[in-house]
Design a protein around this ligand. Structure first.
Ligand code: IVH
Length: 760
């Protein structure tokens, strides 16, 4: 059913920040649904998207009820619909055709809407839209957004005001974020809007703080007193109170003004540093807005005129294969240059082999190109009528394009939809991967070596000067080679001495950058910072990681603990169950989920579903659990996996990395060149300095994040799980297995109040 299809797309878009269709395609579906409902109202289903705004809330943030509901806008796609909007308003207000109606025409910012509550001018709470009535509390994250004032400036603001607007990510920030994610082997975002949504909905606000989110204010919710007569005046006041408002907004009159504003915005669109997906028209007079009111969930006084998707046709000239740092193979389309929405496009991503096969994309084809979310061009479809007779289906390579011709392996990642990643296993032997590794090593968030970009790295590796990171530091001190470089075209005295200075400046490097620079899969910036804080010195980190490599878990344990939906608590409950192997009186024909519920009562629905999805039968589950229980990893491994922000997958990657002889060798060689600066010495003169603390159960006086930040600022380490190294467990109501572990291990257990007394 159309409604179900739309509901599924809504879920992917709103909750998972990971849509599978373009906005334009979504709008077509939504419109069809509305048309059917308009003709056959009795067919309107309970889950009809026309009855809701946005989607249901995700569970991780606390719910916030909006003071006034957050509404959605009706869409218009053609000039005639904009004219009809103006006519409708005139009919409703009984205005004569000669009367002037003023409107604001504002760019429709493509981000996510947010409501920020100010009381007596002070920011007290911020929430996402959620289902329009109840959103998610994102106050801590919103406080990190530079465009959002913690206190309103100026005067004249009502005592209570919910300021509303759009949180978004600019193009430059989006590209940098994805580049960093790609380098870290993490998932990239499809477009700036998903990236903004993903960034705002981070559980850890320090992650949000590192994402340069922006905000435009354009509306308000609850207010304790009226503060303006018109929308235009209100925008001016929001600006005076310290917000950014969209500079492209203008005040126009009548239908002709609406059309002109749209045309102007369309020409400005390609020049903007952020995505807009249309123009919002609003009746300017607020008393008229009041009279016009709402229909279900959309105001009568406003409408969104959407831009059509930006598409173009061109010829696919070649499909190249790119090899990433981790060996992942990505096909890239080389296109005959074409302009899409004001930008010349020559490359498009083809994602993977499946995508090429599914769309049957062949070299020589004429293809329809689309800039999804306006940044990454994608191939939407092939114009079959124009396919040259000679075009052959694309044969995906079976070997790495490098001179070693390493056979590619295939690997299935289960991330919502199954995707097959092909990988070259050549690692440092593969010149492409080596180069990608070096690029990562010198990148901004890693060693940040100025003057050593892609061009120089390629040139130096072709000369055989650099094969691994340690060579970079040796090169800077190699007088003969530097002299040779001075004689080379394109490298003058200045650029060579700058290069040397750039490298020398990084011979002293902070531990977190050092770890991140190693380019271990799943060890991104946040993980590296957490590891650096935990181990403090490079010696402790390397020692711990080497030890962990000999203590890895069995495959069954790794699989169980890495299963989406199985956290440390559930894992421990399953292992305990497998060890006890108690047989309960359970109807043997019960479904796996039901048997799980009866035999391991601690598991929640999500975990039971995940287990049922993976193991299918009770026998398969039982033997996997038994194998997992007999293959529990050692202390050193658990120490890494237990570091907050690290977890079992990254721990396994680290252990595997340090288990490889060539990696250990490269590392020793690199360490000879460097001085690694220990992570900032935590405070030593507090009651909890140097202690490892675990918080479990509910906290009542502060949030987990707040408690963690406070403990860390006092020099404590906060861990996610209890081990022999834990010094203090702070247990609140509802504490379970961690509290039990702590008591078993004889670790000091404190209540929240006792903890607060201890830290003062
Ligand atoms: S006004 C009652 N103004 O578009 C109307 N919305 O489809 C409240 N949006 O939820 C919204 N730019 O996320 C308004 N200048 C603008 C906007 C804008 C972007 C978004 C907003 C809203 C959605 C409606």
């Amino acid at each position: 059913m159309l409604a179900d299809e739309l509901a599924a797309h809504d879920l992917r878009y709103h909750q998972q920040d990971d849509p599978t269709i373009t906005d334009a395609d979504y709008d077509v579906l939504k419109r069809r649904n509305l048309e059917i409902e308009a003709r056959f109202p009795h067919l309107t289903r309970d889950n009809s998207p026309s009855l809701k705004v946005g989607a249901a809330r995700a569970e991780a943030f606390s719910p916030v009820e909006h003071g006034a509901p957050m509404l959605s806008l009706d869409n218009a796609f053609a000039d005639s619909e904009a004219e009809e909007f103006d006519a409708r308003i005139r009919r409703f207000l009984r205005l004569s055709p000669s009367e002037t109606v003023g409107y604001t025409a504002e760019p429709k910012i493509d981000g996510l809407s947010c409501s920020i509550r100010y009381e007596k001018g002070v920011l007290v709470q911020a929430a996402t839209r959620g289902d329009g009535r109840v959103g998610e509390d994102v106050t801590a994250n919103v406080r990190t957004v530079g465009d959002i004032p913690p206190r309103l400036l100026g005067e004249g603001w009502p005592d209570v005001i919910e300021v509303r607007g759009e949180v978004y990510l600019g193009h430059e920030a989006f590209i940098a974020l994805n580049a960093a994610a790609e380098e870290a082997g993490q998932k990239t975002y499809a477009n700036p809007r998903n990236a903004a949504a993903g960034s705002l909905r981070q559980i850890d606000s320090t992650v949000t703080a590192r994402r340069p989110l922006s905000f435009f204010a354009y509306a308000w919710g609850e207010i304790s007193a009226p503060f303006a007569q018109t929308q235009w005046q209100a925008l001016g006041l929001l600006k005076a109170w310290g917000f950014q408002t969209t500079p492209q907004s203008e005040r126009v009159e009548n239908a002709a003004g609406l059309l002109a504003a749209y045309a102007r915005m369309e020409t400005e669109r390609p020049k903007l540093a952020y995505d807009i997906d249309g123009v919002v028209y609003k009746v300017d007079r607020l008393d008229w807005q009041q009279r016009l009111g709402f229909v279900t969930r959309t105001p009568r006084w406003a409408i969104a005129r959407k831009f059509p998707a930006q598409q173009a046709r061109t010829v696919l000239e070649a499909i190249d294969i790119q090899v990433g740092r981790t060996g992942a193979i990505t096909p890239v389309a080389r296109l005959h240059p074409v302009t899409v929405g004001g930008v010349v496009v020559v490359n498009a991503t083809l994602h993977n082999a499946d995508e090429i096969a599914r769309k049957d994309i062949r070299v020589g084809d004429t293809v329809i190109l689309q800039r999804a979310g306006d940044v990454i061009p994608q191939i939407v479809s092939v114009v079959l009528d124009e396919r040259p007779a000679s075009a052959e289906p694309f044969a995906f390579p079976t070997h790495c394009p490098c001179n070693l011709q390493t056979p590619l392996t295939t690997e299935t990642t289960v991330s919502g939809a199954e995707t097959v990643v092909r990988r070259c296993t050549g690692e440092f032997a593969c010149p492409f991967q080596r180069l990608a590794h070096l690029r990562h090593f010198v990148s901004r968030r890693a060693f940040d070596i100025e003057g050593l970009g892609e061009k120089q790295l390629t040139a130096f590796s072709e000369r055989g000067w650099i094969t691994d990171p340690a060579d970079i530091f040796a090169l800077a001190r190699d007088v003969a080679k530097m002299d040779e470089l001075r004689q080379t075209d394109g490298y003058g005295e200045t650029s060579v001495s700058n290069l040397i200075a750039g490298i020398e400046a990084r011979r002293h490097i902070a531990l977190d950058r050092f770890i991140y620079g190693l380019g271990i899969r799943h060890v991104g910036e946040t993980t590296s910072i957490a590891l650096a804080r935990h181990f403090e010195t490079v010696e402790a980190f390397v020692g711990g990681a080497k030890a962990a490599s000999g203590q890895m878990a069995s495959a069954a344990y790794a699989e169980l603990s890495e299963l989406d939906g199985v956290g440390p608590t559930a894992r421990d409950a399953i292992l305990a169950f497998a060890r006890d192997a108690a047989d309960f009186l359970i109807p043997p024909d019960a479904a796996l989920e039901e048997r799980l519920r009866l035999s391991i009562p601690k598991l929640n629905v999500r975990t039971r579903e995940a287990l049922a999805g993976r193991y299918e039968t009770w026998d398969a589950f039982q033997s996997a659990a038994a194998e997992a229980a007999s293959g529990v990893p050692g202390e050193a491994f658990l120490e890494i996996a237990g570091v907050d922000q690290v977890g079992p997958v990254a721990a396994r990657m680290i252990a595997e990395f340090f288990g490889e002889d060539h990696n250990r060798h490269l590392l020793d060689k690199l360490l000879e060149q460097l001085t690694v600066i220990p992570a900032q010495r935590p405070k030593a003169d507090t009651a909890v300095a140097g202690k490892t603390v675990v918080f479990t159960g509910a906290l009542e006086k502060m949030t987990r994040d707040e408690a963690k930040a406070q403990a860390e600022s006092l020099g404590a380490k906060v861990a996610g799980s209890v081990s022999k190294k834990t010094d203090i467990v702070v247990a609140g109501p509802g504490a379970g297995s961690k509290l039990k572990q702590a008591t078993d291990l004889g670790i000091q257990v404190l209540t929240e109040d006792e903890w607060l007394a201890l830290v003062g």
